[in-house]
Design a protein around this ligand. Structure first.
Ligand SMILES: [Zn+2]
Length: 461
């Protein structure tokens, strides 16, 4: 019997115990956004540190940040092979609205092969998997196939505010050949998938003012500009009627897809009619010349997320509001630069200010770049082989329209690529009531991570 078979057997005979650990972990209400849960954040960090310490001869450190600590562990006993850096997070989203939960969010409950609890899919179940895989390797072989570093943070759900500085200050400690993220999610439950790109994000808030205070529309109507009218004009100038962004230079750095990439996206099982029915939209809409998936995954967008001003209460109020406001965010693709896009959008807004109004713009955070990993990357190929070994089918190669700051941070600070190897699925309600994690995914994930490390060890770079 080879050691991988022994490890898989050990994992299989520990399924019940591992599920019990997940239930224990998910019972800790580690809600990072709520100061009332500060002690629970500490408890969750301690739980993770103890899980790593008991898994085997890891060197474990709990490293303070200005916010919640990073739990770090390393085992470097496999000289001559790769070093992987495993990423995950032990904090969770808030549970409210509580009344929408069928069982209490921090009383993990099994129903129909699913474990229901806040944080169980994002990210406690997926991040427990590599810890337990390490435990089995240590138990069976006394060693791991590759050098393993783990960093589990406690601020992912609040934007990982301290992560950039943490990575910058710890590049030596974190040095590795590749990042394996236990966070992220597979595209759908029916087929395994690997995500090769995610979009970046920048935002700004703008205000148009036309007077120093709200004015009576009888006394002043006809004398001054109305900022709400002006805002509608300004916002409308940002797109052509067909959906293409009209900001000069917006698409200049965008990498066009190769014919092979387009064919790969077209070959994915995606039913546009079903998608539109799901979201309740009467027709697809967006930049011409691209399919819906191409627009969602590989093209940049500019969206108005909110507009407000004036009187919106019941009845009439004959007011000319002094100000109108809007929030805009852009999803970015490789190789767009967040600061450059903000500058382009700002220039567009400044050169389209409607008469009689003053414009002010406030950037909203520093933004994040898009992330991308080559499909021929050794660690992505090994991930595909590991998934094939578990599922008997080749994983779909998919992209993500959303933004995952960590891959961009590791790329920018350390030049490291990230493979998303999570066993949660996008339909597991992880930011909504009744979050769940499929128990069979826990088992599949254990097998896949065990095989993945073994395959990475065999990789010749
Ligand atoms: Zn997450």
């Amino acid at each position: 019997m080879t050691s991988i078979d022994q490890v898989l057997e050990h994992l299989a005979s520990n399924h019940g115990r591992i599920l019990g650990k997940l239930i224990d972990f998910a019972a800790i209400p580690s809600v990072s956004t709520d100061p009332a849960h500060a002690a629970d954040m500490r408890a969750a960090a301690r739980w993770v540190a103890r899980a790593l310490e008991s898994a085997g001869p890891f060197t474990v450190r709990t490293i303070e940040t200005p916010g919640n600590p990073v739990v770090y562990a390393e085992w470097l006993g496999a000289p001559g092979t790769l070093t992987v850096l495993v990423y995950g997070h032990y904090d969770v989203q808030p549970a409210d609205p509580l009344e929408k939960w069928s069982s209490p969010p921090f009383t993990p409950t099994l129903r129909d092969g699913r474990l229901y609890a806040r944080g169980v899919s994002d990210d406690k179940g997926p991040m427990l998997i590599p810890i337990e895989v390490a435990r089995s390797y240590f138990a069976v072989a006394g060693t791991l196939p590759v050098n393993v570093k783990c960093m589990f943070e406690g601020e992912e759900e609040i934007g990982s505010a301290n992560l950039d500085a943490f990575i910058r200050d710890n590049t030596k400690l974190l040095a590795a050949d590749v990042v394996l993220s236990a966070d992220g999610a597979m595209w759908r439950i029916d087929e395994p998938s690997l995500t090769v790109s995610s979009r970046g994000l920048v935002g700004l808030e703008l205000t148009l003012a036309a007077s120093s205070k709200d004015l009576h529309s009888g006394r002043h109507g006809g004398g001054v500009a109305n900022p709400l009218h002006a805002m509608a004009t300004l916002i409308a100038s940002l797109h052509a009627p067909n959906g293409r962004v009209a900001v000069a230079g917006f698409y200049d750095r965008v990498r066009e897809l190769t014919p092979t990439e387009r064919a790969a996206i077209a070959a994915l099982p995606f039913d546009e009619g079903k998608y539109l029915a799901q979201v309740g939209a009467p027709a697809p809409f967006g930049e011409p010349g691209y399919t819906t998936l191409e627009r969602q995954w590989t093209r940049p967008t500019l969206e108005v997320n909110g507009m407000w001003g004036g009187y919106t209460g019941p009845g009439q109020k004959t007011v000319i509001p002094s100000e109108a406001h809007a929030k805009i965010t852009c999803r970015l693709v490789p190789d767009q630069d967040p600061a450059e896009v903000i500058a382009l959008v700002t220039r567009h807004l400044e050169s389209h200010v409607p008469p009689g109004t003053r414009l002010s713009i406030a950037p909203d955070g520093h933004g994040a770049r898009a992330a991308h990993i080559e499909t021929a990357h050794f660690a992505l190929e090994a991930a595909g082989a590991a998934l094939y070994a578990v599922y008997g089918v080749h994983p779909l190669i998919v992209r993500m329209g959303g933004t995952v700051p960590i891959s961009e941070l590791f790329q920018r600070r350390m030049g490291l690529d990230t493979v998303f190897f999570s066993f949660s699925t996008a339909d597991e309600d992880y930011h909504a009531p009744n979050e769940f994690f499929r128990v069979h995914r826990l088992h599949e994930g254990l097998e896949a991570w065990a095989r993945y490390w073994e395959m990475l060890a065999e990789t010749r770079r």
